[in-house]
Design a protein around this ligand. Structure first.
Ligand SMILES: [Zn+2]
Length: 285
């Protein structure tokens, strides 16, 4: 029965710890993670985010070669990955609005079949999708054949901004000033909140990255109650183990101790205006 299965969708900004939360949850024998399904099409066709790992599955194989994903394709009755063209649901606008809506509907059906394949192959009854995207998540939520719930994950806007700033430099992206960047991150929060208005409050688990680190086991137990999986011991490390996930933080291939990273706090204090603005924007919600 499909309605017994649960999807946990992580909605958040980038650099907010979504890969960490996804990785922790996937340590339960009841839970399987798909990673960021929104980027699956991009990973198959090697376009968009993911070039740093050559768009491979987290097992290290390409989406053409991964044995796990090949059993997914088999269940979709397709002979190879390339038959999957697009896995993004985007807000329909412009002159091709009807076509866009149709496309979105196709992606929704495809994703429900992929979720089903994951459940069938792994025998898990909970699946984590860490796509983050607000519109995509809410579109999959509406009329979902599954019990579909959200983790709305928020992290201090200053931490998100400084981290994004650092990664943009590392990947030679266009430099955006910190003030502009923090305002954009605040706007992102407003967009998430707007989208969450379409979701039943009882289906949303609000999670603060900072609160999580105060007592990870406690928060994990709360999530277990909320989503209905058996609780388990909080893992010490973030590491991949037999995962076949799409995308996530570029750090994910390295085994790392799970701990709060407070490095940004000093960086932020060196910039009093940025620091104060961030403090205020955090308070606004
Ligand atoms: Zn794989």
């Amino acid at each position: 029965m499909e309605d017994k299965k649960t999807i946990i969708y992580i909605m958040s900004n980038q650099r907010s710890g979504s890969t960490l939360i996804e990785n922790i949850l996937s340590k339960s024998p009841q839970i399987v993670s798909i990673g960021e399904s929104f980027l699956l099409g991009g990973y198959i066709h090697k376009t968009g985010p993911g070039s740093s790992c050559n768009w491979t599955c987290s097992c290290g194989d390409s989406l053409d070669d991964c044995t796990f994903w090949n059993s997914v394709y088999q269940r979709l009755n397709i002979s190879n990955a390339r038959e999957i063209k697009n896995t993004k649901i985007v807000y329909p606008k412009g002159k091709d609005i009807d076509y866009q809506k149709e496309q979105n509907e196709d992606v929704r059906s495809l994703m429900n079949l992929i979720y089903k394949a994951f459940f069938d192959i792994t025998d898990c009854d909970v699946l984590v999708d860490s796509s983050k995207e607000a519109f995509y998540g809410v579109s999959l939520y509406q009329n979902s054949p599954y019990t579909f719930k959200f983790i709305y994950l928020k992290r201090d806007l200053r931490a998100v901004t400084l981290s994004k700033h650092k990664w943009r430099k590392k990947y030679n992206k266009k430099n955006i000033g910190l003030i502009k960047l923090i305002l954009a991150n605040y706007r992102h929060r407003l967009q998430c909140k707007l989208m969450l208005r379409k979701v039943d409050k009882e289906d949303v688990f609000n999670l603060s990255y900072e609160e999580f680190f105060k007592d990870p086991q406690l928060v994990l137990n709360q999530m277990s109650d909320f989503f209905g999986f058996k609780t388990f011991d909080m893992p010490e490390f973030m590491e991949l183990s037999n995962d076949h996930t799409i995308a996530g933080t570029p750090n994910r291939f390295k085994k790392r101790r799970i701990q709060y990273d407070d490095q940004w706090e000093n960086d932020s204090k060196k910039r009093p205006f940025f620091n104060a603005l961030g403090f205020m924007l955090n308070k606004l919600g």
